[in-house]
Design a protein around this ligand. Structure first.
Ligand SMILES: [Zn+2]
Length: 575
């Protein structure tokens, strides 16, 4: 048995997918919200029997390997390695898919991970034990962080003496490797937050100054071949499970906010690292849940960040909620005052629109015309996105009242909001629906005749391989006929097809079986018999056309003998 098979045997696809997504039982299969396209009702089916998954919205499907590749954005060798690690299967051979170039790149990345892992450990040990870290430790304790939290997050301290470079050299790393890792020795006199990926590899660091006079306040590892700020979400590795449980991701601005929140018990929390939220970040989050709760700083910069973030997230189809930080500057400050405030604030996070209403109308009652314009400009696109027209009218009314402007004018303005992003997601929605009808009638028939003896008999009696127009269906059907006509029938039909079909063709068959099971269940034989009738009709039409051509040819040539025999053949054929 090869390694791939060994891994597959040790993994249960339902269990594996549940470690990423909320999975619900639905008959013999399981169902989940598809992480690969935007949707609100689950159309991803998982079959424990066949150990495969299939999304009926976007068409994504396959086995555990395909799932992890897609989910973690890995290529096949990387996935093999990850799943081998997870299942404890020892990989003896290099997979042939892995070219020498890829292997080199992988080895290089591994070296950089090692450098960062060592640096993280050294910084961490210094924080906990070295006298030079006393001030840093005091600061963290003042922020109420426990020793356990510092350990959980591997928080460290980079002292003023730059010993790390020499230390890493002594460990056998070259100058160029240390530089390529982003030179962790660049940090000094800073509290260090290691940043890891979901496999817990240390990708880089953020260093925070203790002395407020030193700029910048936060220093990050520069972009390297392993550290891409636009993609990395701080704490995703620890937050994944809770994101799944709480069905939302809380996104905050800084690492300290993440850590305090985590310690306070709100663990489904992540932050971007040294960059604003990007589409890639959102994509990564969408894998886990389409719900996001933003808690950005309450200053002007924070508001701008929040605005950009929620606009992007709404356009991407997220359900967005906003945490009201009230008078507190950031989540960290709120938690320091009382962790319960934060827990409640997250629980009572509001839809963007309510949050914005609260914010805009909290202090002010009288607005200048300019302010009114600003508020309307801000809120109208959000109101426009509300799918329910009654709810939409409700908000228009509130806005009109608060701004002391007639409803009608607000409605007019609302209709003028041209929302290109909304159009984008509409068309995505349409393609998702049309994707559901992709399965061909011929494929359905194949799926049903494998499961239902009476349909198989009926089909064999009435339909030949050539009567199928779809090449895949033809291929499978010819094997079905071979099996049917084989007197011994050593294997069951499905097993026989598994042995004879190429892997992609057989995977497709498994998908078709799942689709048929899901869409037709008990009606499957009835549907299939209709399809048989339809194929027979088509066959008859084709025959008629064929004979019509032949007959008119014979007539034009005045070949009476030929004409006679053609007529007879035709009668026989359509009988
Ligand atoms: Zn999908």
């Amino acid at each position: 048995m090869d390694e791939v098979e060994q891994i597959k045997q040790r993994l249960d696809i339902v269990e594996l997918i549940s470690s990423y997504l909320t999975v619900k039982k639905a008959g013999a299969s399981y169902r989940a919200l598809c992480p690969f396209h935007n949707e609100k009702t689950p159309s991803m089916m998982i079959s424990p029997e066949k150990q495969i998954f299939k999304c009926f919205g976007c068409g994504e499907g396959g086995d555990v390997f395909s799932f992890v590749m897609k989910m973690e954005n890995l290529n096949f060798p990387e996935t093999l390695e990850m799943l081998a690690q997870r299942t404890g299967v020892k990989l003896t051979r290099r997979t042939p898919e892995r070219t020498e170039q890829e292997a080199k790149e992988k080895d290089r990345k591994t070296r950089l991970f090692q450098i960062n892992a060592i640096a993280a450990q050294v910084f961490h040990r210094i924080l906990l034990t070295h006298p030079s870290a006393k001030e840093a430790l005091t600061y963290l304790k003042k922020r109420n962080l426990t020793q356990q939290t510092m350990k959980d997050f591997m928080i460290g301290y980079a002292p003023s003496s730059r010993f790390l470079f020499a230390f890493l050299k002594k460990k056998g790393f070259t100058d160029s490797e240390i530089t390529a890792s982003g030179s962790p020795d660049r940090f000094y006199k800073r509290i260090i937050f290691p940043i890891t990926d979901v496999m817990d590899n240390v990708l880089g660091f953020t260093g925070r100054v203790l002395d407020a006079n030193i700029q910048p306040k936060y220093l990050n590892t520069p972009e390297t071949i392993i550290f891409h700020k636009g993609r990395i979400l701080y704490n995703l590795v620890r937050a994944r499970g809770d994101i799944k449980l709480q069905k939302t991701t809380v996104v905050v601005e800084g690492q300290m906010d993440v850590i305090s929140s985590f310690q306070a018990g709100v663990k489904n929390v992540v932050a971007t690292s040294g960059t604003a939220l990007t589409e890639e970040h959102l994509q990564a989050l969408y894998r886990y849940t389409p719900n996001v709760t933003f808690a950005f700083d309450s200053d002007t910069a924070g508001l701008n960040t929040a605005k950009k973030a929620y606009e992007m997230a709404l356009a991407d189809g997220f359900n967005v909620k906003m945490v009201d930080l009230n008078k507190y500057k950031d989540p960290g400050e709120m938690i320091e005052t009382d962790p319960k405030l934060w827990i409640t604030a997250v629980k009572t996070a509001q839809p963007v629109i309510d949050w914005y209403f609260n914010l805009a109308f909290r202090q002010n009652k009288d607005f200048s015309s300019q302010q009114k314009k600003e508020i309307a400009k801000e809120l109208l696109p959000v109101i426009r996105k509300i799918p329910d027209s009654i709810e939409q009218a409700h908000y228009v009314e509130i806005l009109a009242k608060k701004l002391a402007i007639p409803d009608r004018i607000i409605f007019d303005a609302l209709n003028k909001v041209i929302d290109t992003k909304a159009k984008k997601s509409d068309s995505q929605g349409l393609s998702a629906i049309s994707g559901k009808t992709k399965i061909l009638a011929e494929e359905i028939l194949i799926g049903v005749l494998i499961r239902h003896q009476e349909v198989l008999e009926e089909s064999v009696k009435n339909i030949a391989t050539v009567d199928f127009t779809d090449p895949w269906s033809q291929k499978v059907y010819s094997l079905v006929l071979n099996w049917y006509n084989e007197s011994s029938k050593k294997d069951k039909l499905l097993r026989n097809l598994e042995l004879k079909l190429k892997t992609p063709d057989f995977s497709k068959l498994e998908m078709v079986l799942m689709e048929v099971e899901r869409d037709y269940a008990n009606e499957a034989p009835v549907v299939a018999k209709d399809i048989i009738v339809h194929i027979k009709q088509q066959k008859r039409e084709k025959l008629k056309e064929h004979f019509a051509r032949e007959i008119s040819l014979a007539e034009s040539q005045g070949d009476k003998e030929k004409l006679k025999s053609l007529m007879k053949e035709f009668q026989d054929a359509i009988r």
